[in-house]
Design a protein around this ligand. Structure first.
Ligand code: PMP
Length: 356
């Protein structure tokens, strides 16, 4: 029966021949997609790592699993324990899945300005969600500090500390980086992505740079309002933030420990304006058939720009972070686009996709 099903699946073009172990076994091993339309248009090869195919729906499943595994290996948490994190989005969703699959309690502190969809999803996944006032990092009431302080009051509990716990970048160093290397046979000229915690960029960047002996250039892409581009291009000065962005989960006001492990080895950094990111969300849908979020769109704009810098025929990879589902009431709403002054950023022939 089983093998008959497999044969039938193969006949339909599904060629998987092995099984994986539960939720945690299905994190990673995502396809690397050649973005055909964009590659043809630019004369380069633009690849996107399909992280939206992770079982919890985003690139952060790898970090969530990585920080929990690291705590287990150090004996910091035992069965029945509690995982506490401060997060506004995908890390919390990844952690809530990992906790269910491993039998831990999950407590998530988040700023109280987050969408109801995210709060509902976390609660459906069994997390204890604690909205707290949305105040800056230097305020002791910030969600990250509250998560840290609460974890200290419990026994058999960890604060996973996604920003400064380098088990996050390490998860990408041992999985995402090697996967991209194998999927391209190391034949790549550049890798670029935006950062939130910096885990993805530092982990993937370090692996690809080491493996290629420095041949693969690693670049950082930034949304408006983030300080990282100016930090990299000024040789290490932290300049005050100005501006803001519609992208979620990326941009940063400080050098986290995760980014800090690699920031001095970057070849460069540049900012991508929201007008270009929003247009790329629609372009990816129309040309590639991919329904992806704003941080992904920013990454793809940046990959195209980097390919331009590296020369015709160059090969550049980036991260396709998550699907558009978690943001669709904004990104595909005419009213929201208008409110943000972004309706005219979408080319006329793509406006038909803004159906909400
Ligand atoms: N895109 C999205 C949608 C995210 O949620 C995040 C994580 N905050 C990132 C990109 C950036 O990943 P990292 O934290 O590894 O820098």
């Amino acid at each position: 029966m089983f093998s008959a099903l497999r044969v039938a699946a193969r006949a339909r073009g599904f060629t998987s021949s092995s099984t994986v172990d539960g939720f945690t076994g299905s994190v990673g091993n995502t396809p690397l997609i050649l973005l055909k339309g964009l590659s043809e248009k630019t004369g380069s090869q633009i690849y996107g790592k399909a992280e939206f195919q992770n079982p919890g729906g985003s690139v952060k499943d790898r970090a969530a699993l990585g920080v929990v595994r690291s705590a287990e290996e150090k004996g910091l948490i035992k069965p029945g324990g509690t995982v506490v994190e401060g997060t506004a989005g995908n890390t919390g969703i990844g952690l809530a899945h990992v906790c269910r699959a491993k039998g831990y309690n999950c407590v998530i502190y988040m700023p109280d300005n987050q969408s109801q969809e995210k709060i509902d999803l976390l609660r459906m996944l069994g997390a204890d969600v604690r909205p707290v006032p949305a105040v800056a990092y230097d305020n002791p009431q910030n969600y990250n500090h509250q998560a840290r302080d609460y974890a200290k009051t419990l026994t058999n509990a960890i604060w996973t500390d996604q920003f400064d716990n380098t088990a996050n970048a390490h998860a990408h160093y041992i999985s995402t980086g090697p996967e991209i290397w194998e999927q391209t046979n190391g034949d790549l000229d550049g890798f670029i992505c935006a950062t939130g915690t910096g885990g993805t960029l530092a982990g993937v960047g370090k692996y690809l740079k080491e493996k290629s002996g420095g041949k693969i250039q690693i670049w950082l892409a930034d949304p408006p309002g983030s300080v990282l581009t100016s930090y990299v291009n000024s040789g290490g000065k932290l300049i005050e933030r100005s501006g803001s962005s519609i992208t979620e989960g990326i941009g940063q006001g400080r050098i986290t420990n995760n980014l800090g492990t690699f920031v001095n080895e970057l070849s460069g950094a540049f900012t991508v304006q929201d007008e270009k990111s929003i247009a790329m969300i629609y372009e990816l849908l129309h040309t590639e058939g991919l329904y992806l979020g704003a941080s992904t769109a920013l990454n793809v704009v940046a990959a195209v720009e980097l390919a331009g810098k590296l020369g015709r025929g160059s090969k550049v990879a980036t991260i396709l972070c998550d699907g558009a589902y978690r943001y669709q009431s904004r990104l595909f709403s005419k009213k929201w686009l208008k409110m943000k002054g972004l309706e005219d950023a979408i080319p006329e022939h793509l406006k038909k996709y803004a159906v909400l």
